[in-house]
Structure formats: structure tokens, C-alpha cells
Design a protein around this ligand. Sequence first.
Ligand code: SAH
Length: 493
Amino acid sequence: MTETPRPLVPSDLKRGRDIELTLTDFADRGKSLARVPSPDKEGRGYVVFVAGAVPGDRVRARVQKRKKGFAEARLLEVLEPSDLRVQPRCEYFDACGGCKWQHVGYPDQLAMKAEQTLSALTRAGLDLEGADVRPPLGADDRDGSGGTYFYRNKMEFSFSAQRWLTDWEIASGEEFDNDFALGLHVPGRFDKVLDLKACYLQSEWSARLVNRVRDFVKGQQWTPWHTREHRGYLRIMAVRTSAHTDDKMVNLVTTHHLPERIKALAGFLKAEFPEVTTFVNTINSGVAQTAFGEAVHTVFGPGVIRDKMGEHTFEIASNAFFQTNTVQAERLYAVAKEFANLKPADVVYDLYCGAGTISLFVSDAVERVVGVELVEEAVQNARASARANGVTNCEFVAGDMLELFRPELIEEHGRPDVLIVDPPRAGMHPKVVGQIAHLRPERIVYVSCNPHTQARDLAMLQEAAAYTIEAVQPVDMFPHTHHVESVVGLRLA
Ligand code: SAH
């Protein structure tokens, strides 16, 4: 019989030491935590975070960091697996940064996301008493796979001269070509890329495309990008598909414009993937490994794909911002529209409006919509989409909210009855929150991809103006990741 190890105490949490612990709760950014209480009343208790572990797991882990009140440990071994664990679908799960939550059943993923949203709001001191707190809106079963796979309309597969081998690839004893990979990054390692033969995020078709294009370009002996040495030709293959049309775009990002090569690849695509409706070649000669570059050449097709959100059609260019999960985004927008309780005479401000998708989505229910967005190209896309859809009651303003959201803007565009805000992860600037409190619109809908900054901003808002939280809806836009979207509806008390 093995001796039961004594419970951990804070002095066990030394850097580099291996410990055994049982995780009890989900924590932020996809980690789980265990509590290590202090043996005496005066002492400090600790929280230990372990990435990759699940509540209920008993694990062996190595302490990597110890700070005031918390420590971080790296998972070494699962000694007793939690009941929450399921078999991940993807064979690259252990190594890939794509979907880190496949080892937790989908209903439990949703429960974890709802818990994150609600605990952030209550910890910030917000009163949810009387609010309509709804169960999380998960992905539907659309294709028999639970609707939790194949949900992305855009993927960026990287080429790399530094291939990362999975444990099972190494164990297979096969000889691998280590200096070519086309796939996704290992988490936190931008120089290391897995040579993915399968991926369940976009479509079976897109996974097949990756495999065939890899064969083709390797056959041509085109060189992949070397992150550390900054050389090579092939950088990224970005694939865009559409939820509501058959449009498909391939965007090959290369360091140079070599028309003969691109012509050869275009011929290959036309012969083997006639479903591709447009092919573009982006030139990025810079150091940063992104799909944006200094030039975009349209090789064939219109250079854009079309997709729909609600009733409206959007033309999406290779470098345009568009929600990556079209179906769940439409459901999120429907919630935002419902929470906004729109009236025909309303003036709505859609703040942080991106390409204006929310503006257009609510435009039929109100008098006027004013969208504000930092990125000039996104504003141009929003204007073009409004025009193309015959929407005449939306105006878009380009600029930084911090500078723009002032009395002058309100004088020019009218007082808002409703604000819909959808800021980036960092949330809103305190001065913007102050402006909103000063303006006192009757209704506010706060859409967020970060429950913490959302809770922080709402607490700040409630300090300054009397708003009641009427409804909360967590939405899952990214199954198998820790990301959660949350919609909160408020009304002036
Ligand atoms: N509501 C949109 C996009 C939300 S993403 C949609 O549903 O598609 C957040 C947006 O805020 C991004 O488009 C980003 O460019 C914009 N943004 C970030 N900081 C900003 C700022 N300081 N002022 C205005 N817009 C900003």
C-alpha cells in the first residue's frame, strides 16, 4: 500500500520542485487551480494554477513560478484523471495550440465558460439579482459532429523551415523531413510548426487543401520561411470559406512576388480544387509572420468572398476583419439586438464596430445607427457593405474612441438612445466609460470577449451612473478553446 502523501503546504511551493495536487476549479485562460491553505491562521494560503489539467484531476506538476499568493506549475503527469475528461478528437491535441479544451466534454466546457462570465461579474461587485441570467449559448449540432468542430471561416496555416515533431511522430521511428512544415504553431513557440495532416477547425476540404498544396510546393522545391534566419519564400496559406455561400479564397503569403510560381500554383488549384473561387498572393517581406503585407495580387477570381450575417451580404477581402464563426456570431448579434430592446425611433451607437456587422444587423429596427471604429479599412468595408445592401441609415466614423467619443461627436450625430459596445480584450478606456456615464443613454448592450474587463468596466459605469443589469448571456464562439463571449444588457435605473 502506498502512503497517502500529506496535504501540500505553502512552503512546498518552491520553484523547480515536483508536487502532487488535486485540481478543484476552472481558472482563467484555460488553466485549472488547486488551493493550498496555510497551516496556521495568520499564514498566507496559495492558489496553484496548472495549464492542461482539469478540475478533478490528481496530477504531478513542477512548480515554475511563485508569486504573492499564487504559484504556477507545469503539468508532468495525470495520476488520476477527472471524470470531466473525454478522448480528444484530434491526434495533434497534445502538441497543437489550436483547440486546447478538446479533452473536456462540451457541456462541461460550456459550464466552465458560464462560470467564468458570472464569477467575473459578481467578483467585481455587480448585482445580478433580478437579472435574466441565461444558460450559455453553445454551438448547435449542425453536421452530426456536435457543431463544435469545423466552425471557423478563416484559418492561417504557417509554412516553416522548423518542423515540430509530435511525441507520436518521434515514437514512430519514421524518418521525417524536419525542415518543412505547413500547419499550426505549437503554443507559445512561433518558430515551431506542426505539419498537420488533419485539422477539425475549418472543414475537411480545407484540411485536404493543406495536404495537397504542401505536396505541390515541396515538389516545386519552394522554400518555407525560417523564423530565426528570416529567409525563405513561403510564409502563410490563409483559407477563407463562407457559411452561407460556396465562395472560397486561398491567400498565399510569400516574401516575394514571383509571377511564374504563382501561375503554376494557380494552375494546380484550378485543376485539383476547382471549388476555390478566388486566389490572391500577399507579399510580406517583413520580419513579422502575419498574413498582412505590403501588396496583394489577385491571381484569379474577384479577390473577395461573400458571406451573410442575418439578412446582409458582406464582401470580405483577404485582409478584412470578419467574425470567424459566422453562425455563432449571428446568434450573438440576435441576443445583442434583443437585449437592446430597439424602438423604431431609436438612435443607436455601435461602438468598436469593426466592419459594421452589428450596425447593419440592427439597422432595420431603428431610425439611425452610428458606428465608430479605429481601423480605417474596416470603416471603408462597413460603408461599402451598407451601400451594397441598400442600407441608408448607417453612418460610420473612423478614429480612436478615446479621442472621438466626446460631446462634439454627439452634437454632430445626435444623442444615442442605445449604445452597443464591443471593445477588444482590453475593454474600454476609463475615460470612455466616464463619457458613457455622462451621456446616460437609456439602454446599453456590452458585448465582450473578456469577462474580466467587461466586469471592470461595468463596475466603473455603475459607480458613475445608476444602471441596472437586466440580462446576461454567455455565448460560445470558439468551442474547444477557453474563450468566451458575453453579452450584458443594462438599463438606466
Ligand atoms: N463589433 C465588431 C468588431 C468588434 S472587435 C464585430 O462584431 O465584428 C473590436 C473592434 O474594436 C476592432 O474592430 C478594433 O479595431 C476596434 N478598436 C480597438 N480599439 C479601438 C479604439 N481605441 N477606438 C475605436 N475602435 C477600436
